[in-house]
Write a protein that binds this ligand. Structure first.
Ligand code: PLP
Length: 535
């Protein structure tokens, strides 16, 4: 099989003559017997040019980049600084504004918790969207949860300007507990002033506040300790609580409503976090308008740019982005590395989430994996050079995939912005539902294709994706949805193979579906009254 000459490896590894004609291949590697890979939002293969750049740093240049006393350290450090510049250049940022992390998950955690906690005395409100990546939503929930649990624990008294004042009715506490709490209020304040706080209780309350599963079993214990001995703990964390607004998205496109964003922005809003390109449906949010709104409101704008980096042009200056999360393995770089862009002017301050040696200007302690930094830097450089070529290549294949599926398979619904509505989506992420097909069976049948489904497997059940739910996609269609991710190394053969396989398996599965049979007989399913089984 011939591969695109653009991706000739610098090492010039040739595909062996013996490679079977049926194998899928990228330059330098024949993927014999492997499924067709259409899951580029999950991860991308390493670009051979990136590997070439990394190899010397995995072998001879093994110095710790933070060693200041010898050549090994200096060499690694200067390689890291070149990489930092390469990452910055791709997004229009200064190298000093790039902090290396372990990936976009860490960057998102760092940005959201770091900014929220730094500015919490003056601002305690965050805005995000319902369709963010889990790591953004969970970071927000952690900040929010502290306040919820504290409300439950404090249940009444709260410290304001050094005095205890009633907060709100303690619905979660029994009357007897409320009486105990109020009895101890004055004593608690005295204890707080004298600093007499048992450390074990502090740890316990903190654990309960941060780790949800621990809360339920430990809550009675905490309550009895609080009521029985030292209620002073009540006053330790009241101002840790944050309010979070989760913006809904428009059903057809997955876009946020800018008027709704403007409506929720208040002087108390420290951070707006809206992802650049959605990882499930490809929707591209209006970053320039969001950035302008945030700037006018003196609110920081963070974007999760993991799925946009290297695929669409980004200039953090033009877009008024103050913080941006990035991931190396989504842009044909190595896994295990990411970065956070943090604006220097006007300066964004943040609380470090990691304690340690103070690397990365104190924002992110830990020895940098310099071969990975080099790989990420080179991946960004290649992405800058190839962006136009990649766009043409991805558009051609994605259009072919979409039109061929729609031409050959009836009753296919496109979810979200990418495939359905022009101009609001990244075309390399195509999310489609195959009506009247049981989702799990479809996935099983497609084991020769690597794609993602619209269901996230939880312990006992297949949950439909929360992103599709936020779009208003019904459970049935969400269960039968697939995400096709097309990228730099996707081949035309893979697209043809996927269309053929889908065509035959969807038809076969529909043959077994009673619903499909009724639709073929012209019955309008919405008119049917389904009777409930009594068992
Ligand atoms: C939009 C988005 N944000 C964050 C992440 C997490 O990235 P990483 O794997 O680098 O932690 C992903 C990847 O799954 C993603 O698609």
């Amino acid at each position: 099989m011939k591969t695109d000459p653009r991706y000739q490896s610098d090492l010039d590894i040739n595909i062996p003559e013996s490679a079977p004609a049926t194998a899928f291949s990228i330059k330098g590697e024949a993927l014999e017997g492997k499924p067709a890979y259409l899951d580029m939002q999950a991860t991308t293969p390493l670009d051979p040019r990136v590997l070439d750049a990394m190899l010397p740093h995995l072998l001879g240049n093994y110095g710790n980049p933070h060693s200041r006393t010898h050549q090994y350290g200096w060499d690694s450090e200067s390689a890291v600084e070149v990489a930092r510049k390469q990452v910055g250049t791709l997004i229009g940022a200064d190298a000093k504004e790039i902090t290396f992390t372990s990936g976009a998950t860490e960057s998102n955690n760092m940005a959201i918790k770091g900014v929220a906690r730094f500015y919490k005395k003056r601002k305690n409100h965050i805005i995000t969207t319902q369709t963010e990546h889990k790591c953004v939503l969970d970071s927000c929930r952690v900040l929010e949860q502290v306040s919820q649990i504290l409300s439950a624990i404090t249940s009444g008294p709260e410290l304001k300007g050094g005095r205890c004042e009633p907060k709100r009715p303690a619905s979660r506490f029994a009357r007897s507990e409320q009486r105990v709490l109020s009895k101890h209020r004055d004593q608690a304040e005295a204890e707080r002033r004298s600093g007499a706080v048992p450390p074990a209780l502090l740890v316990l309350v903190l654990c309960c506040s941060l780790v949800r599963p621990l809360c339920a079993p430990l809550a009675p214990l905490v309550r009895s300790l609080l009521c029985g001995s030292s209620p002073s703990v009540l006053y330790l964390y009241p101002q840790e609580g944050f309010e979070v607004t989760y913006l809904p998205v428009q059903q057809a496109t997955g876009l946020i409503d800018l008027e709704e964003l403007a409506h929720h922005l208040t002087p108390k809003t420290s951070l707006v976090s809206v992802m650049a390109v959605n990882n499930e449906i490809g929707t591209v949010q209006p970053l320039a308008q969001i950035g302008a709104l945030c700037r006018a409101n003196k609110t920081f704008f963070h974007t999760d740019g993991a799925q946009m980096l290297g695929k669409l042009p980004i200039d953090v200056g033009d877009l008024n982005i103050d913080l941006m999360s990035m991931s190396s393995h989504k842009v044909y770089g190595p896994k295990g590395l990411g970065a956070l862009y943090v604006r220097r002017r006007p300066r964004v301050r943040m609380e470090a989430q990691m304690s340690g040696g103070g690397q990365e200007r104190g924002l992110r302690s830990g020895t940098l994996p310099h071969p990975l930094c080099v790989g990420f830097g080179r991946a960004c450089e290649v992405a800058g050079e190839e962006m136009e070529n990649d766009k043409i290549h991805v558009e051609r294949l994605a259009n072919k995939l979409r039109t061929e599926i729609q031409r050959r398979i009836p009753d296919v619904v496109i979810n979200g912005g990418a495939g359905g509505v022009d101009g609001v989506g990244y075309i390399g992420c195509l999310n489609m539902s195959f009506a009247y097909v049981e989702g799990e069976s479809l996935l099983m049948a497609l084991k020769n294709i690597a794609v993602s489904s619209g269901s996230a497997c939880t312990s006992a059940s297949l949950e439909p994706s929360y992103v599709l739910r936020a779009l208003g996609v019904g459970d049935e269609l969400a269960h039968s949805s697939l995400r096709f991710g097309i990228g730099r190394f996707t081949t035309e053969e893979e697209i043809d193979f996927v269309v053929d396989l889908l065509d035959s398996h969807v038809a076969r599965l529909r043959e077994m579906s009673p619903l499909w049979e009724m639709v073929q007989e012209g019955i309008d399913l919405s008119t049917i009254k389904w009777s409930q089984d009594a068992h």
